[in-house]
Design a protein around this ligand. Structure first.
Ligand code: NIG
Ligand code: FE
Length: 391
């Protein structure tokens, strides 16, 4: 029989079940308790009504929320790009070509080095409250290097994305069509067994709309579900393509027309905003308010990668989204939990309701609002993942 634990004396419990508590999308319950049975949530409600359990934890009047769901990262890489960041902060613009630096370092690294780097970043994210993390290949760009990336990633997360179409591999610079054939052929065959998702960087200097469509369609035929890097550095066809292929998520969404916003609003595709990228590239912020007002489902994630956004901190992204993207603290916290789950088509994470995974973050603060109110402060005081205390 699995053992049960009650966490009591929670000042604010975010359930993301709008039928509970204050009736807001966050379903916030005051003076709450949550019961964990094995790896699942068994009960939530007012502290005074909590059932008896084997173990008891006193939250000390602090806040508990679902573990963050970081639905977009690029963590199978070696090396870093400190020089490039330094140059950018002296005025040099960001461009997709920097990816080649990380491709060279990643190809040269051993499996053990790559896996240790991935595990180190996952542990860093966990300490900051992230209990589910999607991660991508995309710094290998040969069949062997991409297959190695997804194979290593699959040892650490169920949410693995094949991004052979990150940029055209340097050895195919003169033959982009040949590279798309490789990505949709032999490389896809080698990577599909380890991945759940297929992604493409649809952008000038990477892949155009027709190439991106070919990549996503080939992936779907192999049983992978589409997601897409869309409209990050300039306006392009990525968001429309995401809706056309019913992608789970269109990621970045920085440069949007009204038609793009309307297309997202009329679709099931989540808009995943990645403010770490705008922060680290000194770019204009995506307009979260415009998307939310149009009724689009918005997720917030880190995009953690050594080039455009080297942060693993969801709390940092929440603070940016509130300060600079027009989100309320409630909306940002929802987007980083339930929104991330929606972007990964998952109903078993991102909420604290009976039957969901017991992935919880305890804050050293009485309310989730402090994540934006106290930027840069390490507020995560405890993390349970699959019912087990991990931090
Ligand atoms: O999401 N946009 C494409 N890929 C990454 C950047 C990768 C890199 O610069 O290494 C992103 O921002
Ligand atoms: Fe990315």
């Amino acid at each position: 029989m699995s053992s049960s634990t009650v966490i009591t004396n929670i000042a604010t419990l975010i359930t993301n079940d709008p039928s509970l508590g204050d009736g807001s999308p966050l379903g916030a319950i005051r003076d709450a308790a949550v019961v964990i049975d094995g790896d699942r949530v068994a009960w939530t409600g007012e502290s005074s009504k909590a059932p008896a359990t084997d173990n008891r934890v006193d939250a000390g009047g602090r806040a508990v929320l679902p573990g963050f769901v970081d639905s977009h990262s690029h963590l199978v890489f070696a090396g870093d790009r400190t020089e490039e960041f330094n140059a950018r902060m002296s005025g040099r613009p960001y461009h997709a070509g920097g990816i080649r630096t990380t491709v060279a370092a990643t190809r040269a690294a051993s499996d053990a080095e790559l896996e240790a780097n991935l595990a180190r970043h996952l542990a860093e994210a966990l300490r900051q409250g992230t209990t589910t993390l999607e991660t991508k290949s995309g710094y290998g760009l040969t069949t062997a290097d991409e297959a190695r990336a997804v194979r290593l990633a699959a040892r650490h997360t169920d949410e693995v994305t094949y991004l052979g179409a990150h940029i055209v591999a340097p050895e195919h610079a003169d033959d982009p069509a040949g590279y798309v054939d490789l990505v949709t052929g032999e490389m896809l065959d080698a990577c599909a067994p380890y991945a759940r998702w297929i992604d493409v960087f649809c952008e000038e200097g990477a892949f155009d709309g027709d190439q991106a469509r070919a990549v996503l369609t080939a992936g779907r035929k192999k049983g992978l579900h589409p997601r897409i890097h869309a409209n990050q550095l300039s306006h392009g066809p990525g968001v429309q393509l995401a809706v056309e292929v019913d992608a789970a998520s269109a990621d970045h969404c920085t440069h949007l027309t009204d038609a793009d916003v309307d297309a997202l609003a009329g679709s099931r595709t989540v808009a995943t905003l990645l403010p770490g990228a705008e922060f680290s590239t000194r770019a204009a912020w995506p307009d979260a308010r415009r998307l939310l007002d149009a009724g689009v489902t918005v997720a917030l994630s880190t995009d953690c990668n050594p080039g455009s956004s080297y942060t693993s901190s969801v709390p940092f992204c929440i603070a940016l989204a509130v300060r600079d993207m027009g989100m309320t603290p409630d909306e940002a916290v929802w987007a980083a939990t339930a929104g991330g789950a929606a972007a990964l088509s998952r109903a078993d994470i991102g909420r604290l309701t009976p039957g969901a995974y017991a992935d919880l973050t305890l804050l050293d603060a009485p309310s989730h609002v402090h994540l934006a109110y106290r930027p840069g402060v390490p507020l995560v005081a405890g993390v349970w993942r699959r019912g087990v205390r991990a931090v």
